[in-house]
Ligand binder design. Structure first.
Ligand code: FES
Ligand SMILES: [Fe+2]
Length: 373
């Protein structure tokens, strides 16, 4: 769409084909997912030497491993011999070496090939040329971030700038102390919808009054269709009848240590392009990791993070807290899946429209178009 009328109430979305066409998805993999910083998990999930976690980034299998020096390093999880996956499963502990299960090529935790069966009979082989291929990896906010683009700017200079733009100053995010939080619960949703529908849905609150009764009971201002992404204040305030961000409205955990009284009753949600959502609450933080798998399929991992003393205490029970955003997630994904079934419709070929409380989605659409141009 080139002739966009930006003065009217109803403005165009992306065309339906952008949500179903494999060639559009392929371009997004190369130009968006392979060039952006994507979080793959928590650094706290791999505390010991040899602990690893695996992830899908764009088209690639990635492994992130804790070295003997304490550093977190990322590699393509692709054996240099014949291409097998070196580290299996979503996570594990490899000990001192990464050993390919197929023919036992063995790499150290810095990716160097240190052994292979019959290697001594191949004196011409330069082992240093057969290392695992590294991937840009950083730990920021306690999260492990990977980027396939070797010349990308740092996480702080990309995702960090978006956080700063939302919160107003660069140091404010530190008050939540996310790098000291522990995983309290994780839910994974396999969503039959294009990743952009999930991002767009998270960005707008026009749907909140219709599909999120529990959320709007907690945050009544969401009924007006203005979420925290387009609200002037940048946050929403709990209803007077509500003490905490939980399904029952009860407050279960103390305020995070770095926060002041003024953050006590506030919710902030933000999308960090391309594929991360961050929700800030007084007593916990929720991180969504979006993993686009196919034009019509996206896996979403949602982590609930709590102060480590809270999550480690006897009787820690996050269920009431988790139940609120788990309900929101499921309500959202039903709606996204409903839209996905019609993205290929003849009558949606030119797309739909955005109402004024959704106009800020145009910035996302412009960003996607620019990345693919
Ligand atoms: S594919 Fe890994 S050792 Fe052969
Ligand atoms: Fe929603």
């Amino acid at each position: 769409v080139t002739d966009v009328d930006r003065t009217s109430s109803l403005r165009p979305t992306l065309p339906g084909r952008d949500y179903v066409d494999p060639s559009v998805f392929a371009a997004e993999q190369d130009r968006i997912f392979a060039r952006g910083w994507q979080t793959v998990g928590l650094a706290a999930e791999i505390p010991a030497t040899g602990d690893y976690l695996t992830a899908r980034v764009a088209r690639e299998n990635i492994v992130v491993v804790r070295g003997g020096d304490g550093a977190v390093r990322g590699f393509y999880n692709v054996c240099r011999h014949r291409g097998a996956v070196v580290c299996d499963g979503p996570s594990g502990s490899a000990g001192r070496t990464l050993k390919c299960p197929y023919h036992a090529w063995t790499y150290d935790l810095e990716g160097s090939l240190i052994g292979a069966p019959q290697l001594r009979a191949m004196p011409d082989v330069d082992r240093t040329l057969q290392s695992l291929v590294p991937v840009r990896t950083e730990v920021w906010l306690g999260l492990v971030w990977c980027n396939l683009d070797p010349v990308a700017v740092t996480v702080a200079d990309s995702v960090g700038r978006e956080v700063t733009a939302r919160l107003g100053d660069a140091d404010m995010i530190d008050r939540w102390g996310i790098d000291g939080l522990a995983l309290g619960d994780r839910r994974t949703y396999d969503v039959a919808a294009n990743w952009k529908l999930i991002v767009e849905n998270f960005m707008e609150c026009y749907h909140c009054a219709t599909i999120h009764p529990e959320l709007t009971r907690t945050l009544p201002e969401f009924r007006a269709g203005v979420g925290t992404q387009n609200a002037e204040a940048g946050y929403a305030t709990f209803a007077p009848s509500v003490d905490g961000f939980s399904l029952s409205g009860q407050r279960h955990f103390p305020r995070l240590a770095g926060l002041d009284e003024d953050q006590e009753r506030r919710y902030r949600g933000m999308t960090l392009r391309p594929l991360t959502f961050l929700n800030l609450l007084p007593d916990h933080v929720i991180v969504h990791r979006i993993v686009p798998v196919a034009p019509d399929r996206t896996v979403v991992h949602c982590d609930w993070l709590f102060a480590s003393q809270v999550a480690g205490a006897d009787g820690f029970d996050p269920r009431d807290t988790v139940a609120l955003f788990d309900a929101v997630n499921r309500q959202d994904f039903v709606a996204c899946e409903s839209c996905q079934t019609n993205m290929g419709s003849a009558v949606f070929a030119r797309g739909g429209v955005l109402v004024p409380t959704e106009h800020h989605l145009e910035a996302f659409h412009d960003w996607v178009r620019a990345a693919l141009a």
